[in-house]
Design a protein around this ligand. Structure first.
Ligand SMILES: *Cc1c(COP(=O)(O)O)cnc(C)c1O
Length: 377
């Protein structure tokens, strides 16, 4: 089955009992047992719920994995995956991971002696050098926010195999439509489904897909023990979102290309970061592991004043955190997501005061371009 078909026909797509063509919302906590311990597949909704199960099946299909798991948020998903490890274990992570992942490792899991090193995983030798005797996993995010730096998933899988580590990939930015890390040898792939998978800025959720039966058993044990599960209503919203994921991603990418064309001609724009551009540092690598370049683009307008003006004057781009929705979103990383990084370090990284990040939506690109044009005047 091709990706677009999988999004409509993957996993469990209907209710066998009634023939309903949409999976019903099983708003239920417990299930009647026909005799003691004799239940029909479901016993209690933390352990399993039919609506959540349908979602878990379709995401496993989309990522070409063995089993899927749905959690109450991307962070709940990441935390649950981290519960696979023991105190004293060590994890090597991408240094510009999502801020919440950074906070989880440095402010929460450190208290349980789950150790970490942050390195620039786009340089494999830095990863090799950070591996210790107690290292158990590589956790990478690719591409990253806001400069769209790319890590070589195949290379990471090679390193992980050599050192007997699990390779975990945060695949939120690419979405399962453009990138399937398990195909390149990753062991676990996860998403903040709040972003592209949900796609309508109306649900907070996390998804995980694992590649083996052993990992599936271990993660199900954790999911059931920790209990950070996604409810049936939110599971249904994701099922609905997934049906149009391919269409949205195609429309978003097309709009992104149009906007970039406009930005390239604009005299105030000094730099554009987009992996689809040949002058992006990681263009060739990105091309080798993703089938599309997505809808995240960052561009430098040269000054904080102009950046702030743009954010104040745009009408169709919503000033907000988050990404991946039908509506275009705009943000200023230096003042928002990356405000906690010291200014010198930020600028060294390329996250200047004039850097604007947009998450392109599915509006008409002519309107989006007009909007940017008037805001930059
Ligand atoms: C948003 C995000 C998360 C966290 O997900 P939530 O659903 O907000 O908990 C994790 N990783 C990436 C890359 C994200 O963008």
């Amino acid at each position: 089955m091709k990706a677009k078909t999988k999004m409509v026909h993957g996993g469990i797509t209907r209710d066998e009992q009634t023939g309903a063509v949409s999976v019903p919302i099983y708003q239920v906590s417990t299930y009647k047992q026909d005799g003691v311990g004799n239940f029909r597949g479901y016993e209690y909704s933390r352990t399993g719920n039919p609506t959540r199960h349908a979602l878990e099946e379709v995401i496993a299909d989309l990522e070409n994995g063995h089993a899927g798991f749905a959690f109450g948020s991307g962070m709940a998903a990441i935390t649950s995956v981290m519960m696979l490890f023991n105190s004293g274990d060590h994890i090597v992570m991408t240094d510009d991971v999502y801020g919440g992942s950074y906070r989880l490792m440095t402010k929460v899991l450190n208290r349980f002696e789950l150790d970490h090193s942050f390195v620039d995983t786009s340089f494999p030798e830095q990863v090799e050098n950070a591996i210790q005797e107690n290292t158990k996993a590589l956790f990478i995010e690719t591409p990253t926010n806001p400069l769209l730096k790319t890590t070589d998933i195949r290379k990471m899988a090679e390193i992980a195999k050599k050192h007997n580590l699990l390779l975990i990939v945060d695949n939120t930015f690419a979405s399962p439509y453009w990138q399937q890390p398990l195909d390149f040898g990753a062991d676990i792939v996860l998403h903040s489904a709040t972003k592209y998978i949900g796609g309508h800025s109306d649900v907070v959720a996390g998804l995980v897909v694992v590649g083996t039966e052993k990992l599936a058993e271990d993660l199900h044990f954790i999911q059931n023990s920790v209990g950070a599960v996604l409810g049936p209503q939110d599971s249904w919203l994701l099922l609905r979102g997934i049906k149009t994921l391919a269409l949205r991603m195609e429309a978003i990418e097309k709009n992104t290309k149009d906007i970039i064309e406009f930005l390239q001609k604009h005299d105030k724009v000094t730099k554009i970061y987009y992996p689809g551009l040949e002058d992006h540092r990681d263009h060739e690598l990105a091309k080798s592991q993703t089938s599309g370049f997505g809808g995240m683009v960052s561009f430098d307008v040269g000054s904080e004043e102009l950046a702030e003006q743009v954010l104040a004057k745009v009408k169709y781009f919503t000033l907000a955190e988050s990404l991946g929705a039908v509506e275009s979103l705009i943000s200023l990383p230096a003042k928002m997501t990356h405000a906690s990084i010291p200014r010198d370090r930020r600028i060294e990284l390329g996250i200047t005061d004039g850097l604007i990040r947009v998450s392109v939506g599915i509006e008409d690109s002519e309107d989006l371009i007009e909007d940017l044009k008037q805001a930059m005047k």
